[in-house]
Each structure stands twice: as structure tokens, then as C-alpha cells.
Design a protein around this ligand. Sequence first.
Ligand code: CP
Length: 340
Amino acid sequence: MDLIGRDLICTQDWSIEELIRVIELAEDMQKHRYSNKYTSLLRFKTFLMFFYNPSVRTRQSFEAAATELGGHAQFLEPKSMRLKTEKSTGETIEDAANVMSRYAVGLGIRILEDKISAYGDGDKLIREYAKYCTIPVINMADDKYHPCQGLADVMGLRKHLGKNLKGKKLLQIWGNGALARSWCSVQESLIINSRFGMDITLAYPDGYELDPEVIEMTKYNCAKNNAKFEIVHNVKEGYNGADVVYSRNWMSPDAYDSGKFNKAKEIEKAMQYTNWICDEEKMRLTNNALFIHPMPVDRGNEVTDDVASGKRSIIYDIAENRLHIQKSVMALTMANLIKS
Ligand code: CP
């Protein structure tokens, strides 16, 4: 399997064998974190990171990943560059992508929320860079997908539930929240966990429908694995028998209107559903479920402190996994050394 030069924009674009290869290498990298076999894979090499939006985990874990592979990650804010946008003249994506490809071995991009005008624009921009870059382009979270987060989630579930996730039930549930979250982590979770054979229950109040294309992909993945898929609109029903609960806010399909991001309106709307919080009472309905979340957690809205900091919460393990997964992705797509 040779993954050199591959872009990672959505996990659905990769085969299940390729995703398992990434996770297994990440598991070994976690076990042998500073082993000589890994510490020089990106020696003298640079990974460029383009952050339109803020980040804690993604920036820190990519920087640490490049360091641990012997290379360097360069942080770039598009606002400090002269790039062409919808509203201003400047350097085109074609020119920027070609030039960056001469300096670095990989390019990561994050773009979502207030930095786009309509759903899908962020993903489109990343794919446009990928079209012109001659180096791998990694999606560091756009408005549709968050592949590194999804891979980190699966790595965490394999550690705590065993490598075979088939037949385990994931409750993906909307959480009330004050942050107007983008859809990427949730949609990524649906497509990757269904890929690994989990039964999926998606729960949300009416009016919070997800991208129909993502729902179709999830149904397709479930059908291929003989796994179950259901959508419920009741706040408690989905908890019954769940092995994993993932409570996270996401915006309604009305979040963008005529090119405008209606953040305040989204928050006001979401805050009406105060009972859509993951708490201990609801968790008692589950099969002693693990609690997962990509973080940052909106404690007191999406989930109570008792659950987020409880014995079944694996949020910090998953946050750590971002580092190992990204090291693995970088090694496999950029280092030109690991082949199997
Ligand atoms: N989960 C995640 O991507 O976190 P950040 O937004 O802090 O990078």
C-alpha cells in the first residue's frame, strides 16, 4: 500500500484498508513515541498550516507531530497574506498552491464557520488547493468534514471497546449549546464510524437536519456492514443500549442565508432546547456507554460536568490521539519512507 502524495479531505475518499493502515501505524507510534524509527521521517521538512479559523488541538497536535517526526510545522494566517477572495483581488489559489508546493512536503487547511459564505464553500476551497498542489493537502476541519478527528475517534474506540466495532451502538446526539458549532466533526463521525461497522442512531430536534449527502453515505456504509441506522427526534430514546454517546451541538441548515453567517440567531435558537443535554440520568439508560467529544466541550450545555469528567469519558484520550493519527498520516503521505 503506497499512500505517498495522497490528499486527506474526507475519509470516505480512502479505502477501509487505508484507514486501518493509518490507525495501526498511529497505535504503534503511540507505543513507541520517540523511537528512532519515527523521529527522522520528516527531517528538515516543512508542513504548512493554513488556519482561517482558531484552533487549540489541531494546531498544537500538528505542530507537535511535525516536531516528533523531525520536521517543522509553519503556522500561516491567510489574513497576513495577499490572497484573492470573493471580495478582494490578490494571489490566486493556483499560484499560491504551486508556490507552496515548492517549499513544503504537505499543506493543511482549516476553513469553516464565519470564514465562508455558504455551506460547502470551505470544502470546495480545500479541494481547489488540492487540485493545484503537488504535495498532499490535509483537511484540518472544514464545514463538511474533519478526517483527522474521525480517525482519532476510531482509534479511541478501538482502545476501549476492542478492534472490532461491529455491532456496537453509537448514539450521535445533538446538544444544546452556545457556540454555534459547524457540522464537520459530527458528519465525519457518522461516515467513519459507520465505515467501521457500528450501528448508528442519530438524534436531534426537528430542524437540525444534516447534509443529505452525508446521511446517504452513512446509510450506504451501514448497509454494506449489515449495521443499523436510524434517526430519532426524542431526547432520551437513542440512549437505550448505546455503547458510545457523542453529544455535540451543530447548527441548523439555516445558518447561512444570502452569504451571511447568522451565528447569534443560531445560538438563540439552540438555547431553547435546554433538555438536549447529556447527563447521568440519560447515561444510565445506556450499556455503560463511553462518552466521546472532539472538544472544546460546551460543558453545561452539550453535556454535564459529571459525564464529561466521569469515568466513562475518553475525551482526553481522543484529543491525544490527534497527535498520533496526524503523525501517521504525515509519515504515510509525506515521508516517502514507510511502505507496506
Ligand atoms: N477538535 C478540534 O479540532 O479542536 P480544535 O478546534 O481546538 O482544533
